[in-house]
Write a protein that binds this ligand. Sequence first.
Ligand code: NAD
Length: 487
Amino acid sequence: MTTAAQSTRTIPMLIGGQRTLGSGSETIPVTNPATGELIGRIPDATTADVDAAVRAAADAFPAWARLDPLERARHVTALADLIERNAEELARLDVQDNGSPIREMRGDSGVAAAQLRYFAGLVLQLRGHTIPTQFERLNYTLRQPFGVVGRIVPFNHPFMFAAAKLAAPLVAGNTVVLKPSEHTSLSALRLADLLQEALPAGVVNIVTGYGQTAGDALVRHPEVRRLAFIGAAATGRRIIARANESVVKTVTLELGGKNPLVVFPDADLDKAVDGAVRGMNFTWQGQSCGSTSRAIVHHDVYEEFTSRLAERVAALRPGPPGDEATDTGAIVNKSQFEKVQRYVQIGREEGARLLTGGDVVDSGDLARGMFIRPAVFADVAPGSRLAQEEIFGPVLATMPFTGYDEALRIANGIPYGLTGAVFTRDLRLAHTVARDLEAGYVWVNDVARHWPGTGFGGVKDSGLGREEDLDELESYTQAKNVHVNLG
Ligand code: NAD
């Protein structure tokens, strides 16, 4: 954990197995969003630093790719062991750095370790095919790694993304350059210590810095032929264009969402209300791509649903993120904090009814932090900005519908398509909605959770590709076809 004495220390990056502050003199201050306190500094990596990291990864690649697959898997499992041993410290680092409550952040290292173990266990499933061509011919495919993979991750689950997203590329035999968010790099830099123990030098390199500079240098680097990005849709669109400016790259994108939760009148209303609360991920301030931030509710149950929902949300307790009793913590940074407030104002101006929350909590322990009480709006017009744009904060928009077609028109009438949820007791209806929703992941009478082995990803502006399953592992390989004349 960062102590007061370390608080203004610059924490070094990891390049080629060495800790380094990089070639530039600039650093980025790290502040605790719950207190405004300076808790450290991270290097502002230059293009030369990113280049050094890519070269280190390229140098480490041949030996890593030639290791026996089970040996690579053993290294990845060793990393999972180290993460589990340091779980509490890692969770507390994220709490300080990103403002989410300890109860929530504690789960993240477990999720990361589970993903690492899952992909390590899949290593022998990276199989090719034999293809019957002619009796005297053998035709088969090999799955081979790309080389250096660039992974760029966002701020909302800093450690989980930094660690879990190494698993598939590494197991497939690639080496990695990882860039965490400039807002939340501390736990990734602590991960660097564990990587130094678990993996050969250069197999994973971590560079910190801004998206426009360090991120862009990684995106454009000609030796990075495979890039995976998690972040905002606008950034994803820019990245895919930039990535392919000089060489052809394979790019996958996990982007934002404005996800629908559709409640039919026959639903178990207790479960549906509970789903709407949990689905918003208020326990990390709604800062989740998968949040079901539009509740589309049949008008026969709309009033009852929204009043029960507002009561439940009003009872969530904002508090210091380190406290076990805290339900909802601080917004990660000033620009997100202002963005959420701006959308609360937009909602009012658009004529939606604010049922609860939306106000800044600025008293007592929370006075110096960026806390907003979770908000629920009613009667949100489906075409309004509040209903259409991703806020990535604790703001839930509810809107009524009358018939199936209208529900689906509203649910699908947005540029995004990441997740969706439906609440009904009618089996046929549930599966029909699941079929018709434009989304990459649909929950029936449930929300929020995903599991290793179940592919996660979006359609439309929510992204390209699937993660957390065998498809992700295979996406870090390229197929080669081999034709042999036996005659
Ligand atoms: P962001 O797009 O601002 O930044 C994400 C990462 O990209 C950061 O590391 C940032 O430094 C880097 N970056 C920014 N501009 C870049 C550029 N021009 N070139 C290269 N790198 C650049 O997103 P954010 O604010 O950190 O995260 C929130 C967004 O992430 C939301 O839209 C959310 O929905 C999305 N998200 C999606 C998923 C998913 O699995 N689909 C998961 C979590 C978050």
